[in-house]
Design a protein around this ligand. Structure first.
Ligand SMILES: *[C@@H]1O[C@H](CO)[C@@H](O)[C@H](O)[C@H]1NC(C)=O
Ligand SMILES: *[C@@H]1O[C@H](CO)[C@@H](O)[C@H](O)[C@H]1NC(C)=O
Ligand SMILES: *[C@@H]1O[C@H](CO)[C@@H](O)[C@H](O)[C@H]1NC(C)=O
Ligand SMILES: *[C@@H]1O[C@H](CO)[C@@H](O)[C@H](O)[C@H]1NC(C)=O
Ligand SMILES: *[C@@H]1O[C@H](CO)[C@@H](O)[C@H](O)[C@H]1NC(C)=O
Length: 659
């Protein structure tokens, strides 16, 4: 760790050196991420990670074909048919194991790392193509690299093995790229992930290879898809793309590629030093959510970008990739809009797409989802009818192995430091414990005690050896937030660029934030509305019946579930002024475990509603919300629940006018 900090200090000095007006090296980021293991989840958030470890994610290594141990012992089938499966799994389970101090998971990831490094061939190649005639394309390794970097962050003595192996691979990759080798369509879209790996080497372990590293970054970008054009307003698709012609390679409008591609321009900026790359990244982010966004925070792409209709799908892989990209964008650019949205996605879209116990996941989630079942016809032009079933691997296995990165990377990116490493910044709100050493050997520990987002109040205790300025993000949706430091009277928060500064003296500092917000209404297509309060989006939770469609032979807990509505969902909402937020504390002061399922969160909204005529399209998905519907029955109160706890739902409602 000490070596890493020292190297990073030198790197940031190098990065700022300007030779005769021309920037050299890598441009600094606005904030530095903190090595894995120094930011730990606490309270309910730790429990959520335990739920994930006790669910599908934590058991894949034991039984799931694509990553199962039994296959692996015999040979290199860790990588299996799905070239990237082991690589994805590793990327998610490394932080999962470290953040929980889970010896079983950590030994599995250590074995995987050892296996891959032990089988690097003499050319430098890493991966399942060693000793086979399989073609060598670069990208399947990138999630493995992210996992390996996280292992070094958590235990810097692993650098002695990982760093030389990476440099050897980079040297081979550089030659291949100059020879026009190693590229196919997926590698051409996902080049930025490798660029970020190269930047980590440059920042912490350059070993005199700076020029080669930067040349490789440029080769990746200039042989890859042109994200600055894809995200340009002139070409950006303003509706579902199935009837549009993409002027660029078709995979650039693919939902997961786009989620990863969000990192392309900020990573390019670091070697071009060109502000236009940051401006284009920021604009592209806005366009994506303007034309394809969801009240749950995410955007829709049921394989390809899917517009605004409430029954179109969002792939689970793109949820977790957008969270990771949003964290990177925040760290490079510093605009709080990225952090606000990542927090929304994490607390709404992510839990909505898995069962509460995290044993079954969807491939696609819908804002208005009145059934989760085999749908014929289905509303997804490029995905199968089984896509919204909750199960082991509906539609495609990638999200089974890729979803585990979501929660742990949210946690490890929840705090950052300023580039001088004098200040600590709390970015994503929730319960955490942090231990780290800031600049000037200032040992600091932080404990954040809260049920947020199921509470408006956060109590933070900081112990520091020296004075410093601490920062905490105040989300844009907060209204009349207050802060009380060391028992003094609460005063209004006064954030600058989304951050509240808190002066910390050597010793112990305690402060309490109270961050209330108003119920807000978002306009959606067909004059429909979505309801929010603070970080949470609220939806009508449709009571459901459950049918087991199939069970895995090795692991019966891994099962495919069909959900059908058992209650009327055809409802219109009334005047939002009558909506009431119910913000009680949970019994005993703790949230239930798990919390993201029907009836469990302590927060609800009571809303005036009436039954209406609202048809289905196909058999099993709702038609667009009807405009200006008449009430077909008496006005009543309904309860809206946090979206992440609903598995069948209406999230975008028609409205009625009271007579
Ligand atoms: C490739 O296969 C040969 C023959 O089985 C073996 O000796 C060698 O160790 C293998 N190389 C790697 C890197 O796995
Ligand atoms: C860190 O890695 C080294 C080298 O593999 C290993 O010997 C050591 O036990 C690891 N330390 C921890 C705390 O896991
Ligand atoms: C900076 O970006 C602009 C717009 O994309 C481009 O025209 C210019 O060539 C770039 N400059 C450098 C030094 O890359
Ligand atoms: C932080 O460090 C203190 C003192 O070394 C220790 O008691 C505590 O458990 C650590 N917390 C975490 C989250 O590692
Ligand atoms: C609906 O809820 C509001 C707010 O809690 C309450 O004032 C009103 O009496 C309720 N109406 C009915 C019909 O229950």
């Amino acid at each position: 760790m000490i070596k890493a900090l020292l190297v990073s200090l030198i790197a940031s000095l190098t990065a700022r050196s300007i030779v005769s007006g021309q920037a050299t090296g890598l441009a600094p980021k606005k904030f530095l991420n903190i090595p894995l293991g120094q930011v730990k989840p606490a309270g309910w958030l730790r429990d959520q990670l335990v739920v994930q470890a006790n669910g599908l994610a934590g058991h894949e290594h034991d039984f799931y074909d694509y990553v199962a141990q039994s296959d692996w012992i015999g040979g290199n089938s860790y990588y299996s048919n799905l070239e990237e499966a082991g690589s994805y799994w590793f990327n998610g389970m490394v932080p999962n194991g470290v953040l929980l101090d889970d010896p079983k998971i950590m030994s599995q990831t250590q074995q995987f790392l050892d296996y891959v490094l032990d089988h690097q061939d003499s050319t430098g190649w890493l991966g399942p193509e060693v000793n086979t005639t399989k073609p060598r394309y670069l990208w399947g390794r990138y999630p493995f690299f992210f996992g390996a970097i996280q292992m070094v962050e958590a235990n810097s003595s692993l650098a002695d093995r990982v760093v030389p192996a990476l440099h050897k691979f980079v040297s081979l990759a550089n030659t291949m790229l100059h020879n026009g080798e190693g590229l196919e369509d997926w590698t051409r879209t996902r080049w930025e992930d490798f660029v970020i790996v190269l930047q980590w080497l440059y920042d912490f372990y350059p070993e005199g290879k700076e020029d080669l590293l930067i040349d490789t970054m440029k080769m990746l970008k200039y042989t890859g898809d042109p994200w600055e054009d894809v995200f340009n307003e002139q070409y950006f698709p303003q509706e579902a793309v199935e009837n549009l012609r993409n002027p660029f390679p078709v995979l650039t409008w693919h939902g997961v590629n786009m989620a990863e591609g969000l990192k392309a321009l900020p990573s390019t900026y670091r070697f071009t030093h060109n502000q236009s790359d940051l401006d284009a990244a920021s604009k592209g982010w806005d366009l994506l959510f303007q034309y394809h966004g969801r009240p749950s925070g995410i955007y829709a792409a049921d394989e390809y970008l899917a517009g605004l209709e409430a029954v179109r799908g969002t792939e689970l892989c793109l949820v977790v990739e957008t969270m990771f990209s949003g964290s990177y964008l925040y760290q490079v650019i510093g605009d709080p809009k990225f952090a606000d949205r990542v927090e929304r996605i994490t607390y709404n879209a992510l839990p909505a797409e898995l069962t509460g116990d995290m044993w079954s996941r969807q491939y696609l989630q819908q804002q208005n989802q009145i059934a989760a079942k085999n749908m014929t016809p289905n509303p997804f032009p490029n995905d199968g009818p089984y896509s919204n079933v909750f199960g082991l691997e509906p539609n495609y296995p990638c999200c089974t192995v890729n979803h585990p990165q979501g929660w742990p990377k949210f946690i490890s990116n929840a705090f950052v430091t300023t580039p001088d490493q004098k200040s600590l910044v709390h970015v994503y709100l929730g319960p955490f414990n942090v231990n780290l050493t800031l600049a000037n050997n200032n040992k600091v520990s932080v404990a954040v005690d809260t049920l947020y987002p199921f509470s408006d109040s956060l109590a933070t205790t900081i112990t520091a050896e020296k004075d410093f300025t601490y920062y905490v993000r105040i989300p844009s949706w907060v209204s009349k937030g207050t802060i009380a430091i060391n028992g003094a009277k609460a005063k209004a928060v006064s954030p600058s660029n989304g951050l509240q500064a808190v002066p910390v003296k050597a010793g112990t500092t305690k402060f309490t934030l109270n961050l209330p917000s108003d119920i807000t209404i978002e306009s959606r297509p067909h004059s429909s509305v979505a309801v929010h309060r603070g970080p949470l989006h609220y939806a009508f939770d449709i009571a459901r019946s459950q049918k087991v469609l199939q069970q895995n032979a090795q692991q019966p807990l891994a099962k495919d579930l069909e959900f059908d509505a058992t209650a009327t969902w055809q409802l219109a909402l009334g005047d939002p002024k009558t909506f009431v937020f119910n913000g009680g504390a949970p019994e005993g002061g703790n949230l239930p475990s798990p919390v993201f399922d029907s009836g469990l969160p302590p927060f609800t909204i009571t809303a005036q509603a009436c039954p209406i005529e609202w048809g289905v399209a196909g058999d099993t998905f709702a038609a667009s919300p009807p405009e200006n519907p008449e009430c077909a029955g008496p006005v009543q109160n309904i309860t809206l629940w946090p979206f992440g706890a609903t598995k069948l739902r209406i999230g975008e409602f028609p409205t009625f006018k009271a007579n």
